[in-house]
Write a protein that binds this ligand. Structure first.
Ligand code: BGC
Length: 515
């Protein structure tokens, strides 16, 4: 047992609108999540990270919060939340909620009050308003992450307001003490209800460079990337976390913060993990890495070295609600699934924490052919369809082989599921030898019994393959196309993502040996 649960946990991301729909409105809800807690317990996860379920006009699937202390009626109410939390805790599963501090919804009472008030008023000081001098020229060249300018004019045409995301997501002004006080109060609200922590959305945002200077180039900055910008990863953001850490520590139960912080290096990311700041920060390097031994190894080495420097656990992730599912990223079809399982098995043997995105345990692929009329991601609309956006990884889960929306809910689902997903349903995979679900269950169980204590690279078995000893088992991963010999690493196979043939590990596969 490690000293803190969050240093080696497996944490499962639930995307509420697409997990399970108990009330039959086509969108998932908290009661649906509660009903599936036994499934998560059987999978063996230690905690759930729940994407936003707060009151929201849903312009960005709930990352546009209009009331941080209320549940969106589409998902239920506070009573449902308390019941879900109690059931999770009874099953030994912790619950981390999502906190969205960079921006509110434009329907938040603060923004509505700001629009109703005059330029220069205290209400407008909670956001970033600037006077219009030329109606064609915004205050700077910043572009929205979702496409188009990051500034929109108020209806009377007198001022601009800043929104790094959709125009319905105005950025808060973190130079204003009122904003600090409000979020400290929101933290306490959910901590008092018993949550085990927070995933901080756009944790590298919030603080903007003094004077809001232009970015280099044309102002376009990808969120999913490593470019520096005057609105991301500013040093001042660390001061915010230094005020939050003492708050969470007042509460018993070893509660945590996990940062979504896209930075230009693993070193910059590790700054968020200094002992008086946050506990975990997603490592997105493996999300960006091609399926290659050299790229994975580089990312792993750099995460381990940098996080050791601040005493923080490595935090591994391959998929989430913002990126293409890894089965598809690795080429799709049988090869994509084989590689995805190998990569997952690798992650589960690395020292640190592993995040699993709902549905990856079923081997779900990205749905690439959603028709335009069902899409909801603002990226799709703000780029005029040039970028299809993130709906394809948000398609509701299949729970049963047949029936309305494959058991997701009684009346269909907000995004259509592919016809072949019945065969990937939890029902179809449960107890089925060789299924992805049984593979995840086995891998998580073996991981628990073989806790990594470190990582020592062993001699490579082949050109695009590597092997390491994690202190508890020996792992070999073959990224290449050709089989590699593995007999030299062990004799007793604990788990293999694909069968060994004549002592050889096939291409796109991983194996764990007993030490
Ligand atoms: C979330 C996205 C969201 C964006 C704006 C991201 O980091 O994960 O889903 O669109 O923040 O809140």
């Amino acid at each position: 047992m490690s000293e803190h649960w969050w240093r080696d946990a497996v944490i499962y991301q639930v995307y509420p609108r697409s997990f399970a729909d108990a009330n039959g409105d086509g969108m998932g809800d908290l009661e649906g999540i509660r009903s599936r807690i036994p499934y998560l317990a059987e999978l063996g996860v230690d905690a759930i990270w729940l994407s936003p379920f707060y009151a929201s006009p849903q312009k960005d699937a709930g990352y546009d919060v209009s009331d941080y202390r209320r549940i969106d009626p589409r998902f239920g109410d506070l009573g449902d939340f308390d019941r879900m939390l109690a059931d999770a805790h009874a099953a030994g599963i912790r619950l981390i909620v999502d906190l969205v501090p960079n921006h509110t919804s434009s329907e938040h009472e603060w923004f509505q009050a700001a629009l109703a008030a005059a330029p220069g008023s205290p209400e407008r000081e909670r956001y970033h308003f600037r006077d219009v001098t030329d109606p064609e020229v915004p205050p700077n060249n910043w572009q929205s992450i979702f496409g188009g300018p990051a500034w929109t004019k108020t209806d009377d045409g007198k001022q601009w307001y800043l929104h790094l995301f959709d125009a319905s997501q105005p950025d808060l002004n973190w130079d204003n003490p009122e904003v600090h006080a409000e979020f400290q109060s929101v933290l306490r609200f959910w901590l008092d209800r018993g949550v085990d922590g927070f995933r901080i959305d756009v944790a590298h945002g919030m603080v903007k460079a003094e004077g809001l200077p232009d970015t280099g180039g044309d102002g376009t900055i990808e969120m999913i990337g490593t470019t520096q910008a005057p609105f991301f990863d500013q040093d001042g953001v660390h001061d915010i976390y230094r005020t939050w850490r003492p708050i969470i520590e007042e509460y018993e139960g070893d509660r945590i913060f996990v940062a979504e912080a896209w930075t230009d290096s693993a070193e910059r990311r590790s700054l968020y993990l200094r002992p008086d700041e946050l506990h975990q920060a997603f490592n997105f390097d493996l999300v960006l890495a091609p399926f290659s031994a050299a790229d994975f190894r580089k990312a792993i080495d750099s995460e381990i070295a940098n996080n050791a420097g601040v005493g923080a656990p490595c935090t591994w992730v391959l998929s989430n609600h913002d990126v293409q599912r890894h089965v598809t990223r690795y080429g799709g079809g049988a090869q994509g699934l084989a590689r995805a399982k190998a990569a997952t098995q690798l992650l589960l043997s690395l020292p640190g924490v592993v995040y699993v995105y709902q549905g990856e345990e079923l081997g779900l692929n990205e749905v690439l052919d959603l028709p335009a009329e069902v899409r909801e991601d603002p990226t799709f609309f703000r780029t005029g369809g040039a970028q299809i956006g993130r709906d394809g990884c948000r398609v509701p889960l299949p729970w049963t082989r047949e029936g309305s929306s494959f058991g997701f809910g009684a009346n269909g689902s907000w995004l259509p599921q592919p016809a072949e997903w019945g065969a990937l349903s939890a029902e179809a995979e449960d107890g089925t030898e060789g299924s992805t679900l049984e593979f995840y269950r086995a891998a998580i169980a073996i991981r628990k019994a073989h806790k990594a204590t470190g990582l020592t690279w062993l001699a490579d078995p082949g050109e695009d393959a590597f092997a390491f000893d994690n202190g508890a088992l020996v792992a070999v991963v073959n990224f290449g196309a050709d089989p590699v010999p593995v007999a030299q690493y062990g004799t007793e196979v604990l788990l293999a993502s694909a069968d060994l043939v004549d002592g050889q590990l096939p291409g796109g596969a991983a194996v764990w040996f007993e030490k």
